[in-house]
Design a protein around this ligand. Structure first.
Ligand SMILES: NC(=O)C1=CN([C@@H]2O[C@H](COP(=O)(O)OP(=O)(O)OC[C@H]3O[C@@H](n4cnc5c(N)ncnc54)[C@H](O)[C@@H]3O)[C@@H](O)[C@H]2O)C=CC1
Ligand SMILES: O=C(CO)COP(=O)(O)O
Length: 320
């Protein structure tokens, strides 16, 4: 199949590498002025991998979209809406399948990224998400993992999963788009919290964070009309090792750097997702104590140690 990957950062470049490896014809698109794109053009390398010669690099968005049946998008979540507005003006997207390979929510509205596609592009495309655990560093070292593809159309889900399945990534068919999108975005929030615990030398609390984090987000998924069991699947709990424990996780590193008084400059999607969760907790009237504590730390300048310790002072309650 002809596939174009839009976004040539850490993950987008890996996706182009992977989709080429499993036998598809791939174009990786980036903006002319992007440092990532320029470096790939000059060296075909980034910090993580070397791109094979048969992955085409392109900077014309119109060309990248018009030549492909499947369009994979992997840019920062907060850029998606404006990016789609630009894409829409080119009039080449109708009839394509868009796969969102990004883990975030729109910060101001709390909207899921597939909803943003629906609002900006309309109904004349198929939309799927490809989420779950995986770091470029592990995949290029040949370490396999499991991931999940989901959409509102089971035939689209199956077609994509079958086209991309390999002995490096085993795909499962997602059955709950709301749960998969909320789960994928919010695992980054738990990653920020895990990093803060690491920085505070409270790493032994990460087991409790896993238990209470999943419970908190399952309430939100149910309130939003999803299936609360999805939280225990690949998009959320299955991604905890790669986020709460992995030395590669940007979200975990961001949280750790914050409590250590350092700055972590790379994209940590959880920071914007914390804002989205504040909005969703109001919209759906769901209590999200861990996410709310992170909001106070990140947006109201509360002290991380005090704020996380305050979680222990709440009234006792039943576990489930
Ligand atoms: N296992 C998985 O499914 C993984 C998923 N991700 C997700 O992938 C997404 C991207 O993350 P990274 O690649 O780490 O970020 P990154 O910062 O390395 O790459 C983002 C890329 O998007 C481009 N970009 C940003 N705004 C743009 C715009 N308006 N128009 C065109 N291009 C734009 C940037 O130039 C950059 O090349 C995130 O949502 C992240 O959560 C990341 C790693 C693993
Ligand atoms: O989603 C990821 C791993 O599955 C990447 O996580 P980070 O963005 O925290 O590095």
């Amino acid at each position: 199949m002809k596939i174009s990957v839009l976004g040539c950062g850490r993950w987008g470049t890996f996706l182009a590498w992977y989709v080429n490896k499993v036998g598809h014809q791939v174009m990786l698109w980036g903006r002319d002025n992007s440092r990532n794109f320029q470096r790939l053009q000059e060296t075909r390398n980034n910090d993580y991998l070397a791109l094979p010669e048969d992955v085409e690099l392109g900077s014309s968005l119109e060309q990248a979209v018009s030549i492909a049946e499947i369009i994979i998008i992997s840019i920062s979540a907060q850029e998606l809406r404006s990016f789609l507005k630009t894409l829409n003006t080119l009039n080449v997207i109708a009839g394509k399948t868009i796969i969102l390979c990004m883990k975030g929510l729109e910060a101001e509205s709390g909207k899921r990224l597939s909803q943003v596609v629906g609002e900006e592009i309309g109904k004349n495309v198929n939309v799927a998400v490809w989420v779950g655990p995986g770091h470029v560093q592990d995949f290029v070292a040949g370490i396999p993992n499991c991931m999940v593809i989901g959409s509102e159309d089971v035939e689209v889900t199956k077609q994509i999963a079958q086209a991309f399945n390999s002995d490096l990534i085993r795909f499962y068919y997602g059955q709950d788009l709301i749960g998969n999108e909320i789960g994928a975005a919010t695992k980054n929030v738990m990653g920020l919290a895990a990093g803060m615990l690491d920085g505070l030398k409270y790493s032994s609390l990460k087991g409790s964070l896993m238990a209470r984090g999943t419970r908190e987000i399952s309430h939100l998924i149910r309130a939003m009309g999803g299936n609360d069991i999805t939280i225990y699947g690949l998009s959320h709990l299955g991604d905890y090792e790669a986020t709460l424990f992995s030395p590669h996780s940007h979200n975990r590193k961001f949280g750790q750097a914050l409590v250590e008084g350092e700055r972590f400059e790379k994209l940590a999607e959880g920071v914007s997702t914390v804002k989205a969760l504040k909005e969703l907790s109001i919209q759906y009237d769901v209590e999200l104590p861990i996410s709310n504590a992170l909001y106070k730390i990140l947006y109201d300048n509360h002290d991380a140690k005090d704020t996380l310790e305050e979680l222990f002072l709440r009234p006792l309650k039943f576990e489930f």
